[in-house]
Design a protein around this ligand. Structure first.
Ligand code: KG4
Ligand code: ZN
Length: 337
């Protein structure tokens, strides 16, 4: 069964065709990073305009690369939330038009659930086994989820303030490292032998996270050391990189320790990582080294936003009979649980 997936929740216009929820036939992503980096973050109005410009060519390319026409797919899956309203609405209307024109079923997908399903794509032959623990770390969310079956989720913990990716983005900005924060912090931290120590926020006795304290500590440290983002001296640049490395270390240590502890407590069979921050090499390596059970992490291009994950999730929802009506609307605050 072939599912066409469409994703426009944030700043990537994406379309993909996936077979049986696991095999990628095409996966096209039109990134807006270059445009938004001029502003140091995502400008919602610019994002929705870009989606309008890019959505048809992206869809055409995804179908061409899969050597298919829309009429040949079995269903159309689309992200309906959470995300930016003006961005989501472009994808949802594109999906509705394509499905309606060809008499195809429409499936709505929660973006976070899509991130989890990136772990079903192109894995080795062994698919994830339930019960499993999922750490979702994206620009808008940081959640620990217990997954007991397809579509069965229990939220164990969440961030109480900033999401992990949001903290990466904010700290990169205050250190003058650019946008998006995750990749630039990772690059700056590479080769730093003595990262500056930043505090860890444990919220002991809970599966919750907090990242705003680390962010504020990084800001104070940058001020104290005289790190400046405008015309930085080589010395200032080096100190910024040391703070970046310390920040990355702190976030990774807390994410890994709390996920491993929850995995043990709930006796899960494996741990899944999902979301843009799961592209981080230190997080990937540390999680694999410390986890009490096998760890599965999508390759980096499938961690950040893409439509293959939406098509995969759409396949499992479709198989479970969960189709959407033509009155499907976007829900910028859609929750997984
Ligand atoms: O999942 P995603 O692509 O979009 C959302 O659903 O939010 O995640 C984007 C977030 C951004 O905050 C970005 O800075 C972060 O993921 N990110 C990373 C890395 N690549 C992307 N964070 C840490 N290390 C990375 N290599
Ligand atoms: Zn995402």
């Amino acid at each position: 069964m072939r599912i066409l997936g469409i994703e426009t929740s944030c700043d990537e216009t994406a379309a993909a065709v996936v077979e049986d929820g696991t095999r990628i036939l095409s996966n096209v992503i039109a990134s807006q990073v270059e445009i938004h980096s001029r502003y140091g973050g995502i400008v919602p109005e610019v994002a929705s305009r870009q989606h309008l410009l890019a959505c048809i060519p992206t869809l055409d390319r995804a179908l061409k690369e899969a050597s298919m026409s829309v009429a040949e797919v079995d269903a159309v899956a689309v992200t309906s939330g959470p995300g930016l309203a003006g961005s989501l609405v472009v994808g949802v209307n594109l999906a509705k038009s394509a499905a309606m024109a060809h008499g195809l079923p429409l499936v709505s997908v929660n973006h976070l659930e899509g991130h989890i399903y990136a772990n079903w794509l192109e894995g080795n032959n062994r698919l994830p086994e339930f019960p499993l623990l999922c750490l979702i770390v994206s620009g808008g969310h940081t959640d620990i989820i217990l997954m007991t079956g397809h579509g069965e989720y229990r939220q164990l913990g969440r961030t109480r303030d900033d999401a992990a990716g949001e903290a990466f983005d904010k700290v990169a900005r205050l250190l003058g490292l650019g946008y998006p924060g995750g990749p630039v912090i990772e690059r700056a931290a590479r080769g730093i032998e003595k990262p500056r120590h930043l505090p860890r926020s444990w919220l002991k006795g809970t599966d919750d996270f907090s990242f705003s304290g680390i962010k504020t500590a990084a800001l104070h440290m940058a001020h104290e050391l005289g790190v400046t983002s405008e015309n930085p001296s080589p010395e200032s640049g080096r100190m910024a990189a040391e703070i970046a490395a310390g920040f990355q270390e702190s976030v990774v240590e807390v994410l890994v320790a709390k996920t491993c502890e929850a995995a043990q407590r709930h006796a899960v069979r494996e741990i899944l990582l999902a979301g843009g921050v799961a592209a981080n090499a230190l997080l990937r390596k540390t999680m694999v080294e410390r986890a009490p059970v096998p760890v599965r992490i999508p390759k980096p291009i499938l961690c950040t936003d893409n439509a293959a994950m939406i098509a995969s999730c759409g396949y499992f929802r479709f198989k479970a009979g969960k189709t959407a009506g033509w009155d499907l609307d976007v829900d910028p605050n859609l929750r997984l649980v």
